[in-house]
Every structure is written in structure tokens, then in C-alpha cells.
Design a protein around this ligand. Structure first.
Ligand code: G3P
Ligand code: CA
Length: 245
């Protein structure tokens, strides 16, 4: 952690790189994020048709590239031909979809942690083992990685594999109001419960901390909201604007 923030008790996490200044989930965004006094970089993983791990938020390329269609219907070679920068600004037209390998390569040169979200794991059988194998290939120290997903079963799989990394279960607003999560069950498999920030209140924090679960809400882009969450003793803040918050 940098000197500027060395007296802070919470982690600062750059969500998808720096998506307000650079195209989200791209190498240029990650490089700039890793140069800031943040603690972690958050990324989203999917599988290609030829089972390569790529970093992108949506399961289609429609919103963030000049192409259309599902990530899982393209090979890596095909995906690499699309422009993943111009949707943000023409000057980023050369940005490609990053592979997990490319991200691990730049991450391994930094001291920051990687918060890896496994997107739609039920669509991608075997994705958990593929991720863990890659982390081992790159000799990433276990203290530098947290694996998280909205999918409880995917995190359960990782827990059953006895992976050496910390694990987190993400909680959406919709799912929370539909059915309150089982904090005890989550604590049996994971270290973190990471909710939509609007769910977090004193009661939520008490329930999490009774089970020794750490809490890192997403996506906090308002400094008043961040202050409120810090006063509630959250363990981290996931934000698009770590430099301005
Ligand atoms: O890290 C948590 C957050 O990224 C989850 O929401 O939709 O931005 O991936 P989303
Ligand atoms: Ca995410």
C-alpha cells in the first residue's frame, strides 16, 4: 500500500481497470490502474470457443467492441481481431481483448493483488481448474489472489479443491432482496462476502463479521457513499475511480 493511504484500514480496488478513463478490462487500463496507489485490480473472466481464458465483463462482445456475438462462440484468434478500444474513444482503437496470460504477465511485475471474478461459470465447465492451473504456471503467490463469483457453486468447487487462494461470494441487489444470503454457508467456503454497496448497513456488517467474513462492496463511485461504508468498517471498496474517490 502506498504512503498516501498507509493509515487506512480498508483495501482500494480498481474495478475493471480504470473504466472512466480507459476502455474497461484492457491492458492499457490495467497498466494505468496498477501504477496508482491501489491495493487490488478487479478483472472478469470468460472462456472462448477454443477454451482460452479471456478478460471481459459481458458474455457478448457487443457493448465493448466493434463486433457482435457471444464470447464463447469465437476462438481467441477471431476475438483478437476486434477493436476493444474505440467504443470508449477512437484513440484506443488498437486495444484487443486481453487473455488471462497477458494480465498475469503484467500483474506478476506488480505488488498489487488480483481480484478475479469468474463470470457465468455454469456456461464454462472446468473453468475453475483452468484458472488455478494458470495461476500455478505463473507462480503467483497465493497471497496475491482472491477468486470470487456470484455463483456459489463455483466458489464451492474451488473450496473443495482446497485451493490456496482466498475466496469470495458476490451478492447482487436483486438476489439479496429476493432471499437473504446464508452468511454461515458462505463462511464455510469463503473468506469474503462482496455485495452491491446499496445492501450494506450495520446489520449486514454484523452478520458478516460474526461469521468472520470480510466485506468488499461494489461499485462505489461516490465519495459520500464511500465514507459511509468506511465508517461501517467495510474491508474494501471496489470502485471505477480509485484515483478520485
Ligand atoms: O467485483 C464485483 C463487481 O465487479 C461485480 O459486478 O457486474 O461489475 O462484474 P460486475
Ligand atoms: Ca466484476
Amino acid at each position: 500500500m502506498s504512503n498516501e493511504r498507509s493509515n487506512q484500514s480498508y483495501q482500494l480496488i480498481a474495478h475493471r481497470g480504470l473504466p472512466q478513463d480507459y476502455p474497461e478490462n484492457t491492458l492499457i487500463g490495467y497498466q494505468h490502474a496498477l501504477a496508482l496507489p491501489i491495493d487490488m485490480l478487479e478483472i472478469d473472466l470468460h472462456f472462448t470457443k477454443d477454451k482460452q481464458l479471456v478478460v471481459i465483463h459481458d458474455d457478448t462482445i457487443d457493448r465493448t467492441s466493434n463486433g457482435k456475438g457471444k464470447v464463447k462462440d469465437y476462438t481467441l484468434e477471431e476475438l483478437k481481431k476486434f477493436d476493444f478500444g474505440s467504443y470508449h474513444d477512437k484513440r484506443f482503437k488498437d486495444e484487443q481483448i486481453p487473455t488471462f496470460d497477458e494480465v498475469l504477465d503484467i500483474h506478476s511485475k506488480s505488488s498489487k493483488k488480483l481480484l478475479i471474478e469468474i463470470k457465468k461459470p455454469s456456461q464454462y465447465p472446468g473453468i475453475e481448474k483452468m484458472i488455478v492451473d494458470k495461476l500455478k504456471d505463473y507462480h503467483i503467490p497465493s497471497s496475491k489472489v482472491i477468486l470470487q463469483s456470484f455463483d456459489f457453486e463455483s466458489i464451492n468447487k474451488l473450496a473443495q479443491m482446497n485451493v490456496p487462494y482466498e475466496l469470495g461470494v458476490l451478492i447482487s441487489k436483486k438476489k439479496y432482496w429476493y432471499k437473504s444470503p446464508d452468511f454461515k454457508a458462505i463462511a464455510e467456503i469463503a473468506n469474503y462476502i462482496n455485495p452491491n454497496y446499496s445492501i450494506v448497513n450495520k446489520h449486514f456488517m454484523e452478520k458478516a463479521h460474526v461469521e468472520h467474513l470480510k466485506v468488499m462492496p461494489y461499485t462505489v463511485n461516490d465519495s459520500k457513499e464511500a465514507r459511509k461504508l468506511i465508517d461501517l468498517h467495510v474491508d474494501g471498496i471496489i470502485t471505477d475511480i480509485p484515483d478520485r474517490l
